[in-house]
Write a protein that binds this ligand. Structure first.
Ligand code: CTP
Length: 413
């Protein structure tokens, strides 16, 4: 696919039924100002919030909403409508519309077009914070992302319903930027949650390290690499150049990321040093704290003296090393704290001891599924205080960390 300038783009805009629909009128105006043509389709509930007349006046084209309209179908059939655009944009995308998209339903014109299209789809969700954070919605988002649907937003802030949190539709300017990015980078990452990290270099460590004892045995841990890899993917989605330094893991390489494979803590440290300079360092690896002081060159045999005694020495602390650098310290350094008890107290100590800007703390106590599982419940600890994020998928945690990183970077010169 070749890049298309926004001035020549044909956008099919599907407006769902939410209070944010009024912002879609502003979106139409901005797209038209840039020269794009906009064909609007409204769901039945969208028409409860804004009128088709406003949308057609601004777009300069009749609004479509009826799957069974003989006159509309005679003008341009719904299959053709779904294909004649360069990009399909859903704004606002309600929880219900996302659920119908995930299920592949085609029970009105909007969902039929979404199922029939062969073009890229960019979605700007808008809903109440609880609906956004509900596991069903998060499952749907993950599935849609896996299907190649791109997302912009939602933003965090006060909501029309009086609550506060993520769920506000992205601002029309941010949606226009995401549309431009989607049109300009047709083969690129599917996530256009802005170009918040464009021009930035982010180093991420992920997975466990393996510390050899002899040629066949090692000291390792249960880290799967899912959280670190998801962070690398989210950072690429936000436009960053990403170097992912990973211990041995079974999860696939995220697309668009430079991957450096290592085994031991010392190899990981050397790879991080070699990847500097960077704007940010995110230390998600579960680095083994100790290694044996002398690795046997031959396999240790069971001898007549019983079990061998391993003499351990401490590994370098990669995170503390990067945080305390006097030159080439990345502007933002983010560490993790995996704790089995007294999570806040230990994490606060780590923030201080390791000199990083943020600590993402989670419990790895017995009964939690942090190691190896799909979801994560974290506390974000910084000099500003403690934030508690609800349980969510590791992909969502990664996206929030990346959004937070963009905010932190923007604060620094
Ligand atoms: N870390 C690191 N190098 C090490 C050990 C840890 O870079 N040798 C980083 C991890 O990537 C993580 C943070 O330090 O971002 C905290 O890791 P954690 O295992 O929770 O803490 P430790 O420093 O190992 O402390 P403890 O084992 O006593 O809890």
């Amino acid at each position: 696919m070749t890049p298309i300038p926004i001035s020549a783009a044909r956008v099919l805009l599907i407006i769902g039924g939410g209070i944010a629909a009024y912002k879609s009128l502003e979106l139409i105006r901005r797209l038209r100002d840039q020269g794009a043509s906009v064909q609007v389709v409204m769901t039945a509930s969208a028409r409860e919030f804004i009128t088709p007349l406003s949308a057609s006046t601004l777009s300069g084209q009749p609004v479509r909403h009826d799957l069974f309209s003989l006159t509309d179908e005679a003008l341009i059939g719904h299959i053709e409508l779904s294909r004649s655009a360069d990009l399909v944009v859903v704004a606002p995308a309600t929880a219900n519309l996302l659920a119908r998209m995930t299920g592949g339903l085609a029970d009105d014109l909007a969902t039929t077009l979404l199922l029939a299209t062969d073009k890229r789809v960019l979605v700007a969700p808008a809903m109440n914070v609880r609906m956004w954070l509900h596991p069903a919605t998060q499952r749907n988002i993950d599935q849609l992302k896996a299907d190649g649907v791109a997302f912009v937003g939602p933003d965090e802030g006060p909501m029309a319903c009086g609550e506060y949190g993520p769920g506000r539709m992205a601002e029309p300017t941010a949606i226009v930027e995401a549309i431009e990015a989607a049109l300009a980078r047709p083969g690129d990452s599917q996530d256009f949650d802005g170009v918040a990290l464009s021009g930035r270099h982010v180093i991420v460590t992920s997975g466990p390290t393996y510390e050899p004892i002899d040629p066949v045995r090692f000291i390792g841990n249960r880290s799967s690499g899912r959280q670190g890899h998801a962070i690398a993917q989210a950072a690429v989605g936000a436009g960053a150049k990403v170097t992912l330094i990973t211990g041995p893991v079974a999860v696939p390489d995220p697309p668009g990321v430079t991957v450096v494979r290592v085994e031991t803590a010392r190899e990981m440290q050397a790879a991080v040093e070699a990847a500097l300079p960077a704007d940010a360092f995110i230390s998600a690896a579960a680095v083994a704290d100790w290694r044996v002081d002398r690795v046997e060159t031959e396999k240790i045999k069971k001898g007549e003296y019983g079990a061998p005694t391993l003499h351990l020495v401490e590994n370098p602390d990669i995170l503390a090393g990067v945080s305390k650098k006097t030159s080439q310290r990345p502007s933002v350094v983010i560490g993790f704290a995996a704790e089995t008890e007294q999570v806040v107290a230990h994490a606060k100590t780590k923030l201080r001891r390791k000199g990083c800007d943020l600590i993402i703390a989670n419990s790895v106590a017995k009964g939690t599924t942090t190691f190896g599982g799909d979801s994560n419940e974290v506390l974000v600890i910084s000099a500003d205080g403690i934030e508690s994020w609800p349980a969510m998928t590791k992909i969502s945690v990664a996206e929030r960390i990346v959004a937070r990183l963009a905010t932190e970077l923007a604060k620094r010169p």
